[in-house]
Design a protein around this ligand. Structure first.
Ligand SMILES: [Zn+2]
Length: 131
């Protein structure tokens, strides 16, 4: 079975799974994930540095959906994670953890994993789990 990342240029190639890639403004320090622009949206500086994110942060807010997504069965928990580098991202929490296992302010870390599977392809992304 083939596997592919959910998004090209999402992960670096420094190890088997890579690390999440982001942009950091060398002038004001703002971090952007996912990478979206070639200039800083905060101060308009015209260059951005590519950085690898640590994959660590803490839960800002979370909720569990009772409705399935187009490729995700319900229930699933997602939330906003404040990364150590300063960016806030919206993401899924690992499916082995329920809402009862998660708390606002909890330290979390990234783990790679299969997000969904089709007949001939496995789509790889990431989750956050308690750290
Ligand atoms: Zn900037």
């Amino acid at each position: 079975m083939n596997s592919k990342p959910i998004q090209e240029n999402l992960l670096s190639a420094t190890d088997a799974w890579g690390k999440l890639l982001a942009h950091r403004c060398p002038k004001c320090g703002q971090v952007f994930f996912p990478r979206m622009s070639e200039f800083c949206l905060a101060c308009l500086h015209d260059t951005l540095d590519e950085i690898e994110l640590s994959g660590r942060g803490h839960v800002h807010a979370f909720a569990t959906s009772a409705l399935p997504g187009s490729k995700i069965s319900a229930p699933y928990t997602c939330g906003y994670i404040d990364l150590e580098e300063g960016a806030r991202i919206f993401t899924r929490l690992h499916p082995e953890f329920t809402e009862a296992d998660i708390a606002t302010g909890m330290n979390v870390a990234i783990v790679p994993g299969e997000l969904w599977r089709t007949d001939d392809e496995s789509v790889i992304g990431y989750y956050f789990r308690p750290a």
